[in-house]
Ligand binder design. Structure first.
Ligand code: FE2
Ligand code: FE2
Length: 480
């Protein structure tokens, strides 16, 4: 049980933009909170490790200036060398046919099968046409879930497909509830009459990884999304504060090498009925021009990586192509500005120790979590729980219909290469988490609460820049 004082301290830290680990609540002291309040950049997570570092530093250096640096920062040269390598999706817009969808799912199946086969229990997985005829035989299969229904006993009956055939599978309630339609999973169980009785469900997941990819330089990546230029709800003061801080002499601002903008750069035009009443700029070109003004004000030694989102002037079908030059003529050719597809894999700091970032706007989020009550509950409390779930499934939008799909020869939403950082926007709220060494960043927004967001009951958290020290992988947050 928390005392009223502790509760107050926690609330103050939350107001400062920090996530408070429940293990530190009891030991939090007024002096800790006061020191944190004085910091120009706040810790993203206040946990035992951070608290002991903070107290150590306060003890060692008792000057106001030194207190402002709980995250270790090298104060030497201010020009951080940066480098970027973009691996993105590019293709021609063309009319798609039913065959394209078949090819898309075939590609998803084959590549997911390859990932799943690395799992010990699935090394001997058989294709559905080679399922043993006898009953009660041990079997392992890798297949796509094409139907899922709850039985009267509470268990789930699945229709499973692979390129060779189909079978039914009976799965217990706990696993069955978690299974998403159209995803490729492994099932280990026993055969029945045209059915597999599942003992175990295996998702592709992220294998155990050794050392985290970290840079030797003390360089930071900053993350935000959903700038929504053109909206009357845009918090323009915060946009200005963001630019001012990035241009400032703050030692952390000076160490920022990379800025990720994870989509919904502008509010767009004609995105929903009545949108024109919510726009301060009703011309899409003017909206992008306001965004470019912002980008141009960011110091040019910062590499800016911009993905589109559902509000941008590109097709809704994912993968989305980069924002075309036509809309961003003034910044398109700048060497430090990179307009990428959504999603895109970006390697940063390649001249040192490269760090691989998967940037995705996050449109699939709500429709993915909605049919899975246990996930919905976890994700509503902590958004990065949904990001972790997508990493476990190794797919950014497993179920057909959670996004508008643009079927390519390859499924570009499949997470084949394991990222070091997974960055997402769309939720208008900041969060940070780690899963198997992957830093998960959910970015905040420059847009205040809109009537639509209020109607949906979504809790937003605007005006926070999430910062990640790439050498230590320590997250921090800058309140704007
Ligand atoms: Fe947005
Ligand atoms: Fe969005």
């Amino acid at each position: 049980m928390q005392s009223a004082t502790q509760q107050k301290l926690v609330e103050t830290l939350i107001d400062e933009g920090c996530l408070v680990d429940r293990n530190v609540i009891k030991e939090l002291q007024h002096s800790d909170v006061k020191t944190i309040q004085q910091l120009s950049v706040k810790p993203m997570v206040v946990d035992t490790e951070f608290l002991s570092q903070l107290r150590q530093q306060s003890h060692n250096h008792d000057t106001a200036e030194q207190k402002q640096q709980p995250v270790r920062v090298r104060e030497t040269d201010h020009s951080v060398a940066t480098s970027v390598e973009i691996q993105e999706y590019r293709s021609k817009e063309e009319k798609k046919s039913a065959d394209d969808f078949a090819q898309y799912f075939q590609d998803r199946y084959e590549r997911m099968k390859h990932i799943l086969r690395q799992r010990q229990d699935l090394k001997e997985a058989v294709s559905l046409t080679h399922m043993p005829d006898n009953q009660k035989e041990d079997v392992a299969i890798i297949a796509m879930v094409s139907e899922k229904t709850k039985t009267r006993s509470g268990k789930y009956m699945l229709q499973m497909e692979d390129p060779t055939g189909m079978t039914k599978a009976l799965v217990d309630e706990e696993n069955g509830e978690k299974i998403a339609l159209d995803e490729v999973i492994g099932i280990v169980g026993q055969t029945g009459n045209d059915i597999v009785f599942a003992n175990e469900i295996l998702w592709p997941d992220i294998p155990f990884q050794g050392e985290k990819a970290t840079t030797t330089d003390d360089v930071y990546a900053a993350f935000f999304a959903d700038t929504h230029f053109g909206s009357i709800y845009q918090l323009t003061k915060k946009v200005r504060k963001c630019v001012e801080w990035l241009q400032s002499n703050d030692p952390i601002a000076q160490r920022i090498g990379y800025l990720f903008v994870s989509g919904d750069v502008v509010d767009g035009v004609g995105k929903y009925p009545g949108q024109e009443q919510t726009l301060s700029l009703t011309d899409i070109y003017q909206q992008y021009s306001a965004f470019e003004e912002f980008i141009n004000a960011v110091p040019e030694n910062i590499q800016i990586i911009v993905a589109p989102g559902d509000h941008d002037a590109v097709r809704m079908g994912e993968p989305q192509p980069p924002i075309p030059k036509e809309f961003v003529p003034d910044t398109h050719n700048l060497t430090n500005v990179h307009y990428t597809s959504n999603p895109a894999q970006v390697k940063i700091h390649v001249h040192d120790n490269p760090v691989r970032v998967l940037q995705y706007h996050g449109y699939s989020y709500h429709r993915h979590i909605d049919p899975i009550p246990s996930l919905r509950k976890k994700a509503q409390e902590k958004h990065t729980e949904a990001m972790k779930d997508l990493l476990v499934r190794r797919h950014l939008a497993p179920t057909y219909g959670t996004i508008q799909m643009y079927p390519e020869q390859q499924d570009h939403l499949l997470i084949e290469q394991i990222p070091d950082i997974f960055a997402m926007g769309h939720l208008h709220a900041a969060d940070y988490g780690v899963y198997k060494g992957i830093s998960m960043v959910c970015s905040s927004t420059f847009q205040g609460e809109t009537p639509f967001i209020e109607r949906m009951g979504n809790v937003i958290d605007p005006g926070k820049l999430v910062l990640l020290n790439l050498r230590t992988r320590t997250p921090a947050t800058k309140l704007l």
